[in-house]
Design a protein around this ligand. Structure first.
Ligand SMILES: [Zn+2]
Ligand SMILES: [Zn+2]
Length: 307
């Protein structure tokens, strides 16, 4: 037990020291400044050449989402996730060792060139996340957490990181075993994280950059806005892609019936949804069984009956 307590305490202090170092030392290998730089980059594009020209530069919930960005990228790790995940990993390894399993690796890719390992991680992780995202829409329990992300009513780059911390736990937990089964020879996946963050910011930005045929490979604002559509013709939604759109095209979950520039976003009772960070964090835990559970609403049923 002392071992777990030790891990718990050092997770906080290690992460605190790490974040402190990041803020004090700007550089190309620094997450903190990459997040700021990417945000300024996409914000500038939104200002110079917006897709929805009438949308305010400081759109609805701009500052709330700005806070979410730093909370989910840094603070959540600082105040809890690091500790929970380090203990989880240790406990899981201890559990496996009861059965004499000391190594989960099933695929050795460590002899591959670094770029091939990074590309493998990027694709495999994105596919796992596409599946987790579908699950977030299909499970009534998980949808309550994922609703935070879908409560965005005006879309902009910072909406990317508006999500409940519970999602971080679900994604990381489900990712853990398949990724641990691949024996990577490198520890530093900085490039993959920055690439995924860039594409995530891009998908949510109020910009229109025609990708040509690349749109069948990469997710983009014109596709992802339909994922946030207030009214969907399908019970569990569509366009679950995170970085890559190709999974939706391959598995028949792509949906872009027309230009989605001005469609209503959110869900049926979104006006009743809490507007503050604290209340949005608490909302999934409260007993508030509204019509919006399971991703389909009374209004959507009426809408479906019409089509
Ligand atoms: Zn979603
Ligand atoms: Zn989104």
């Amino acid at each position: 037990m002392a071992k777990y307590w030790q891990i718990f305490v050092s997770s906080f202090t290690d992460y605190g020291n790490y974040l402190f170092r990041e803020v004090l030392n700007p550089g190309w290998g620094n997450y903190f400044y990459w997040l700021i730089g990417l945000s300024l980059f996409f914000w500038l594009l939104e200002i110079v050449k917006p897709w929805r020209a009438q949308q305010a530069i400081l759109r609805k919930d701009f500052w709330l989402d700005g806070f979410y960005m730093f909370f989910n990228f840094f603070l959540f790790s600082l105040i809890g996730f690091n500790a929970i995940s380090n203990i989880g990993v240790e406990a899981f390894n201890d559990f496996l060792s009861l059965f004499g399993i000391t190594n989960l690796v099933a695929f050795e890719v460590q002899s591959w060139p670094v770029w091939a390992q990074l590309l493998t991680l990027f694709i495999v992780r994105d596919f796992i996340q596409w599946n987790v995202h579908r699950l977030l829409h299909r499970s009534e329990f998980l949808w309550r957490f994922h609703k935070v992300h879908h409560s965005v009513q005006q879309m902009g780059f910072a909406a990317h990181l508006r999500f409940h911390w519970g999602e971080t736990i679900v994604y990381r937990t489900i990712e853990y075993i398949p990724l641990a089964m691949i024996g990577f020879g490198i520890q530093d996946f900085f490039l993959v994280h920055i690439l995924a963050t860039s594409i995530g910011h891009f998908n949510h930005s109020n910009i229109n950059v025609p990708l040509g045929p690349l749109r069948y490979l990469f997710n983009n604002p014109q596709m992802h806005i339909w994922h946030h559509a207030r009214y969907m013709p399908r019970r569990y939604g569509a366009n679950y892609g995170i970085s890559l759109s190709v999974w939706d095209y391959l598995f028949g979950t792509a949906y872009m019936p027309e230009d989605g520039r001005d469609i209503a976003l959110g869900f049926d009772d979104v006006e009743q949804y809490p507007e503050s960070f604290v209340n949005q964090q608490l909302h999934p835990f409260l007993n508030n069984r509204s019509n919006g559970e399971l991703g389909i609403t009374q209004e959507e049923v009426k809408h479906l009956e019409k089509v």
